[in-house]
Design a protein around this ligand. Sequence first.
Ligand SMILES: C[S@@+](CC[C@H](N)C(=O)[O-])C[C@H]1O[C@@H](n2cnc3c(N)ncnc32)[C@H](O)[C@@H]1O
Length: 238
Amino acid sequence: MTARSRSIVSRQTGPHQDLARRVARALEHPLRKPLAAHTREAFSGARDWLERRGGAPLILDAGCGVGLSTRRLAEQAPDAAVIGVDRSADRLSRDHGRLPDNALLVRADLVDFWRLALAEGWRPVRHYLLYPNPYPKAAHLKMRWQGHPVLPVILALGGRLELRSNWRLYVEEFALAVTQATGVAAEAQPLVPGEACLTPFEQKYHASGQALWRLVVELPHAPGLVPGGALPAAGEDA
Ligand SMILES: C[S@@+](CC[C@H](N)C(=O)[O-])C[C@H]1O[C@@H](n2cnc3c(N)ncnc32)[C@H](O)[C@@H]1O
Protein backbone atom coordinates (compact mmCIF):
# COMPACT_ATOMS: atom_id res chain seq x y z
CA MET A 1 0.00 0.00 0.00
CA THR A 2 1.51 3.38 -0.99
CA ALA A 3 1.43 6.50 1.16
CA ARG A 4 -0.33 8.44 -1.59
CA SER A 5 -4.05 8.30 -1.48
CA ARG A 6 -6.59 10.56 -3.14
CA SER A 7 -9.23 12.35 -1.11
CA ILE A 8 -12.85 11.42 -1.64
CA VAL A 9 -14.39 13.16 -4.62
CA SER A 10 -18.14 13.55 -4.57
CA ARG A 11 -20.65 15.89 -6.15
CA GLN A 12 -22.45 15.98 -2.83
CA THR A 13 -21.81 19.23 -0.96
CA GLY A 14 -23.93 18.46 2.10
CA PRO A 15 -25.84 15.56 3.66
CA HIS A 16 -27.86 13.65 1.10
CA GLN A 17 -31.36 15.09 0.74
CA ASP A 18 -32.84 11.61 0.82
CA LEU A 19 -31.09 10.52 4.03
CA ALA A 20 -33.91 11.24 6.50
CA ARG A 21 -36.41 9.42 4.30
CA ARG A 22 -34.17 6.38 4.00
CA VAL A 23 -33.59 6.25 7.76
CA ALA A 24 -37.32 6.54 8.42
CA ARG A 25 -37.94 3.75 5.95
CA ALA A 26 -35.35 1.49 7.61
CA LEU A 27 -37.07 2.10 10.94
CA GLU A 28 -40.47 1.18 9.53
CA HIS A 29 -39.92 -1.64 7.07
CA PRO A 30 -38.39 -5.03 8.00
CA LEU A 31 -35.23 -6.02 6.17
CA ARG A 32 -36.29 -9.21 4.40
CA LYS A 33 -33.00 -10.14 2.72
CA PRO A 34 -32.47 -13.85 3.36
CA LEU A 35 -29.53 -14.85 5.52
CA ALA A 36 -26.71 -16.47 3.56
CA ALA A 37 -25.87 -20.00 4.69
CA HIS A 38 -22.14 -19.20 4.79
CA THR A 39 -22.68 -16.34 7.21
CA ARG A 40 -24.91 -18.52 9.42
CA GLU A 41 -22.05 -21.03 9.59
CA ALA A 42 -19.47 -18.34 10.23
CA PHE A 43 -21.65 -16.82 12.94
CA SER A 44 -22.14 -20.15 14.64
CA GLY A 45 -18.35 -20.60 14.79
CA ALA A 46 -17.97 -17.12 16.25
CA ARG A 47 -20.68 -17.82 18.83
CA ASP A 48 -18.92 -20.99 19.96
CA TRP A 49 -15.63 -19.12 20.21
CA LEU A 50 -17.25 -16.32 22.22
CA GLU A 51 -18.86 -18.81 24.58
CA ARG A 52 -15.45 -20.29 25.25
CA ARG A 53 -14.24 -16.80 26.23
CA GLY A 54 -16.48 -17.17 29.29
CA GLY A 55 -18.46 -13.94 29.30
CA ALA A 56 -15.59 -11.63 28.28
CA PRO A 57 -16.82 -8.22 27.11
CA LEU A 58 -17.29 -8.22 23.35
CA ILE A 59 -15.67 -5.76 20.96
CA LEU A 60 -16.80 -5.87 17.31
CA ASP A 61 -14.56 -4.64 14.49
CA ALA A 62 -17.00 -4.43 11.59
CA GLY A 63 -15.32 -4.36 8.17
CA CYS A 64 -11.92 -5.17 9.67
CA GLY A 65 -10.11 -5.60 6.33
CA VAL A 66 -6.83 -7.44 6.96
CA GLY A 67 -7.59 -7.49 10.69
CA LEU A 68 -4.79 -5.27 12.00
CA SER A 69 -7.25 -3.22 14.03
CA THR A 70 -8.75 -6.42 15.47
CA ARG A 71 -5.29 -7.47 16.59
CA ARG A 72 -4.47 -4.05 18.05
CA LEU A 73 -7.77 -3.75 19.88
CA ALA A 74 -7.25 -7.24 21.33
CA GLU A 75 -3.76 -6.32 22.50
CA GLN A 76 -5.07 -3.12 24.10
CA ALA A 77 -7.93 -4.94 25.86
CA PRO A 78 -6.63 -8.37 26.91
CA ASP A 79 -9.75 -9.09 29.00
CA ALA A 80 -12.09 -8.50 26.06
CA ALA A 81 -13.06 -10.83 23.22
CA VAL A 82 -12.50 -9.01 19.92
CA ILE A 83 -14.20 -10.22 16.75
CA GLY A 84 -13.22 -8.76 13.38
CA VAL A 85 -15.64 -9.37 10.51
CA ASP A 86 -15.00 -8.85 6.80
CA ARG A 87 -16.44 -10.34 3.65
CA SER A 88 -13.14 -10.31 1.77
CA ALA A 89 -11.37 -13.67 1.97
CA ASP A 90 -8.41 -12.09 0.21
CA ARG A 91 -7.96 -9.39 2.86
CA LEU A 92 -8.50 -11.77 5.75
CA SER A 93 -5.99 -14.25 4.39
CA ARG A 94 -3.05 -11.82 4.41
CA ASP A 95 -0.66 -13.07 7.00
CA HIS A 96 0.15 -10.62 9.76
CA GLY A 97 1.44 -13.22 12.18
CA ARG A 98 -0.30 -14.99 15.02
CA LEU A 99 -3.49 -13.41 16.34
CA PRO A 100 -3.80 -12.88 20.10
CA ASP A 101 -5.93 -15.58 21.78
CA ASN A 102 -8.64 -13.03 22.53
CA ALA A 103 -9.09 -12.08 18.85
CA LEU A 104 -11.02 -13.84 16.11
CA LEU A 105 -11.30 -13.00 12.41
CA VAL A 106 -14.49 -14.07 10.66
CA ARG A 107 -15.34 -14.04 6.98
CA ALA A 108 -18.97 -13.01 6.73
CA ASP A 109 -21.38 -10.48 5.28
CA LEU A 110 -21.98 -7.89 7.98
CA VAL A 111 -25.60 -7.35 6.95
CA ASP A 112 -26.33 -10.92 8.03
CA PHE A 113 -23.76 -11.16 10.82
CA TRP A 114 -25.17 -8.10 12.60
CA ARG A 115 -28.72 -9.49 12.42
CA LEU A 116 -27.62 -12.84 13.83
CA ALA A 117 -25.66 -11.09 16.58
CA LEU A 118 -28.68 -9.04 17.60
CA ALA A 119 -30.97 -12.09 17.52
CA GLU A 120 -28.45 -13.92 19.71
CA GLY A 121 -28.62 -11.10 22.26
CA TRP A 122 -25.03 -9.93 21.78
CA ARG A 123 -24.26 -6.63 23.44
CA PRO A 124 -20.87 -5.36 22.28
CA VAL A 125 -19.29 -2.96 24.75
CA ARG A 126 -17.49 -1.38 21.82
CA HIS A 127 -18.34 -1.52 18.12
CA TYR A 128 -16.01 -0.12 15.45
CA LEU A 129 -16.81 0.87 11.87
CA LEU A 130 -13.35 1.81 10.68
CA TYR A 131 -13.17 3.43 7.25
CA PRO A 132 -16.21 1.80 5.65
CA ASN A 133 -16.41 1.97 1.85
CA PRO A 134 -17.61 5.54 1.22
CA TYR A 135 -19.74 5.05 -1.89
CA PRO A 136 -19.37 8.77 -2.73
CA LYS A 137 -21.81 8.82 -5.66
CA ALA A 138 -25.09 10.32 -4.50
CA ALA A 139 -26.96 7.46 -6.18
CA HIS A 140 -25.20 5.04 -3.82
CA LEU A 141 -26.57 6.47 -0.56
CA LYS A 142 -28.32 3.19 0.14
CA MET A 143 -24.96 1.40 0.23
CA ARG A 144 -23.52 3.69 2.92
CA TRP A 145 -24.34 2.25 6.36
CA GLN A 146 -26.42 5.33 7.27
CA GLY A 147 -28.62 4.82 4.19
CA HIS A 148 -28.73 1.03 4.39
CA PRO A 149 -31.78 -0.88 5.66
CA VAL A 150 -29.52 -2.62 8.23
CA LEU A 151 -28.87 0.68 10.06
CA PRO A 152 -31.40 0.00 12.88
CA VAL A 153 -29.65 -3.31 13.61
CA ILE A 154 -26.23 -1.65 13.87
CA LEU A 155 -27.64 0.89 16.31
CA ALA A 156 -29.77 -1.62 18.25
CA LEU A 157 -26.70 -3.64 19.24
CA GLY A 158 -25.77 -0.71 21.48
CA GLY A 159 -22.47 -0.01 23.23
CA ARG A 160 -19.82 2.55 22.37
CA LEU A 161 -20.07 2.88 18.60
CA GLU A 162 -17.14 4.47 16.81
CA LEU A 163 -17.08 5.35 13.10
CA ARG A 164 -13.98 6.65 11.38
CA SER A 165 -13.66 7.97 7.83
CA ASN A 166 -11.56 10.24 5.65
CA TRP A 167 -14.82 11.66 4.25
CA ARG A 168 -16.32 14.19 6.63
CA LEU A 169 -19.71 14.03 4.96
CA TYR A 170 -19.97 10.30 5.59
CA VAL A 171 -19.50 10.87 9.32
CA GLU A 172 -21.87 13.85 9.32
CA GLU A 173 -24.56 11.83 7.60
CA PHE A 174 -24.05 8.96 10.02
CA ALA A 175 -24.40 11.40 12.94
CA LEU A 176 -27.71 12.69 11.54
CA ALA A 177 -28.94 9.12 11.11
CA VAL A 178 -27.96 8.15 14.67
CA THR A 179 -29.84 11.09 16.12
CA GLN A 180 -32.90 10.55 13.93
CA ALA A 181 -33.09 6.87 14.84
CA THR A 182 -32.18 6.96 18.54
CA GLY A 183 -32.52 10.55 19.74
CA VAL A 184 -28.90 10.40 20.93
CA ALA A 185 -26.81 13.46 20.02
CA ALA A 186 -23.87 12.69 17.74
CA GLU A 187 -21.36 14.78 15.82
CA ALA A 188 -18.39 14.40 13.50
CA GLN A 189 -15.10 15.33 15.14
CA PRO A 190 -11.59 15.62 13.77
CA LEU A 191 -9.34 12.67 14.50
CA VAL A 192 -5.58 12.98 14.86
CA PRO A 193 -4.21 9.45 15.05
CA GLY A 194 -0.80 10.52 16.39
CA GLU A 195 1.87 7.83 16.15
CA ALA A 196 -0.39 4.82 16.30
CA CYS A 197 -2.78 4.38 13.40
CA LEU A 198 -5.36 1.72 14.12
CA THR A 199 -5.81 0.43 10.56
CA PRO A 200 -3.95 0.28 7.23
CA PHE A 201 -6.46 2.65 5.63
CA GLU A 202 -6.02 5.12 8.48
CA GLN A 203 -2.25 4.87 8.01
CA LYS A 204 -2.55 5.43 4.27
CA TYR A 205 -4.86 8.45 4.53
CA HIS A 206 -2.86 10.00 7.36
CA ALA A 207 0.43 9.56 5.51
CA SER A 208 -1.17 11.28 2.50
CA GLY A 209 -2.01 14.32 4.63
CA GLN A 210 -5.77 13.79 4.54
CA ALA A 211 -8.00 14.97 7.38
CA LEU A 212 -9.64 12.16 9.32
CA TRP A 213 -13.03 12.24 11.02
CA ARG A 214 -14.76 10.23 13.66
CA LEU A 215 -17.95 9.90 15.61
CA VAL A 216 -18.18 8.23 19.01
CA VAL A 217 -21.55 7.61 20.59
CA GLU A 218 -22.80 5.56 23.56
CA LEU A 219 -25.95 3.71 22.59
CA PRO A 220 -28.36 1.65 24.68
CA HIS A 221 -29.04 -1.95 23.66
CA ALA A 222 -32.36 -1.43 21.89
CA PRO A 223 -33.65 -4.41 19.85
CA GLY A 224 -37.03 -2.66 19.65
CA LEU A 225 -35.53 -0.27 17.09
CA VAL A 226 -35.61 -3.00 14.46
CA PRO A 227 -38.96 -3.34 12.71
CA GLY A 228 -40.19 -6.93 12.59
CA GLY A 229 -37.27 -8.24 14.69
CA ALA A 230 -33.65 -8.94 13.80
CA LEU A 231 -34.19 -11.96 11.54
CA PRO A 232 -36.36 -12.45 8.45
CA ALA A 233 -39.67 -14.13 9.15
CA ALA A 234 -39.85 -17.94 8.77
CA GLY A 235 -40.04 -18.91 5.13
CA GLU A 236 -37.96 -15.90 4.06
CA ASP A 237 -34.70 -17.63 4.88
CA ALA A 238 -32.18 -18.75 2.22
C1 LIG B 1 -12.17 0.56 3.05
S1 LIG B 1 -11.96 -1.03 3.73
C2 LIG B 1 -11.44 -0.68 5.39
C3 LIG B 1 -10.79 -1.85 6.05
C4 LIG B 1 -10.23 -1.61 7.46
N1 LIG B 1 -11.27 -1.28 8.41
C5 LIG B 1 -9.19 -0.53 7.45
O1 LIG B 1 -9.48 0.59 7.91
O2 LIG B 1 -8.06 -0.80 7.00
C6 LIG B 1 -13.67 -1.52 4.00
C7 LIG B 1 -13.80 -2.99 4.32
O3 LIG B 1 -15.16 -3.28 4.58
C8 LIG B 1 -15.44 -4.57 4.05
N2 LIG B 1 -16.88 -4.66 3.82
C9 LIG B 1 -17.65 -3.84 3.08
N3 LIG B 1 -18.94 -4.25 3.09
C10 LIG B 1 -18.98 -5.38 3.85
C11 LIG B 1 -20.01 -6.28 4.22
N4 LIG B 1 -21.28 -6.11 3.82
N5 LIG B 1 -19.68 -7.32 5.02
C12 LIG B 1 -18.41 -7.52 5.43
N6 LIG B 1 -17.39 -6.70 5.10
C13 LIG B 1 -17.67 -5.64 4.32
C14 LIG B 1 -14.61 -4.66 2.79
O4 LIG B 1 -14.37 -6.01 2.40
C15 LIG B 1 -13.34 -3.93 3.21
O5 LIG B 1 -12.37 -4.81 3.72
